[in-house]
Design a protein around this ligand. Sequence first.
Ligand code: SF4
Ligand code: SF4
Length: 392
Amino acid sequence: MGNSVKKDLETVAPFEEAIEEIKQAGGAESGRFCYQCGKCDVYCPWNRVRDFSIRKVIRQAAFGLTEIEGEDIWRCTTCGSCPSVCPRGVGQIEFGVSLRRVATDYGIFPDSVRGVRAARGSLTSDGNPLSENRESRADWAKGLSLKPYAEGMDFLFFVGCYYSYDPRMKKVAVATANILDKAGVEFGILGTQESCCGESIRKTGGEEVFKTLAKENIKTFIDHGVKKILVSSPHCYHTFKNEYPEFMVNFEVVHITELLAELIRDKRLELKGDYGKRVTYHDPCYLGRHNGVYEAPRQVLDTVPGLERVEMVDSRESSLCCGGGGGRVWMDTPKGERFADLRLDQAQDVGAEVLATSCPYCITNFEESRLSLAEDDVLEIRDITEIINEMI
Ligand code: SF4
Ligand code: SF4
């Protein structure tokens, strides 16, 4: 027996039961489709910052040799790059999530993943991953005279956790409410009755927490007669549109950039002044690659007077992930391994003064990189709604 195989077997010995579950979870079965071509690793953003092989993770799982206590099963940001190029349709994201589900069931988390435990606890007790009180979920809207959602309104504005609680993202929620008000959109919010959409905890293997959150939200939507849901987060967008139908419900889901494009086209929003800046747009993975929304955000930016839009080297289908999906936003990523740092470099390479996007995780990661790279005086990070709010 070779040394590395021997080591692998010794490593997994305490987790034999878990490994058996990995095989039963179907991981090993879909792994058998893989013929180890390695295309996934070529497209994976991790390989721009460190060695990581999803191909190897799949190979090991197929033989029951997964290092379930290691960090590799937690790396995938579910960015969607590799599934789009896999010639065998292995479904790397679902595969990886099934491994995390087993690790979660057995409570096996490496140190860098501890934040997921905290997020899970807070989601269970207060419906948000940020260790905040449910009672203060609508505090961002104090003084704005927003209405609670009532049947017959144009939209339920589902605010989302980061926009409700995070000091940076609250500004985006306020900008959004202001724009909707100016455009005469009739909308309401659920306030303390809104719970996290559950998208990201599901990708960390927290299937039961996801199901509980989804059922709570669905019940609230149905009780309030909700038909159309407006969201700011691509993660809420994705799960409402593609995952909640697993519960036999279908709501019409609209991302804020899609609505903004429509409001501007219909002349319900008039943009004034001269923005006077060079802007590049970052496609969030869950808006672009996962849901094909590439045009609406660009159309909105192109209507802003005096805004010069430039494209970064990795854009649209090949957008570079910010590093926050798949629950990575709650995990520790050492400096030198942050995709967001690379993205800021790409924005600067095209001479952008503003890096615009439309996702709470992207903005959180970009803001962090901006501060740690001391680029705060040369590059602004903006949500598209903030730019529009400045111009109405
Ligand atoms: S691209 Fe697909 S078939 Fe090729 S190594 Fe990756 S998972 Fe296997
Ligand atoms: S989905 Fe993205 S981060 Fe995950 S393994 Fe594939 S390319 Fe890498």
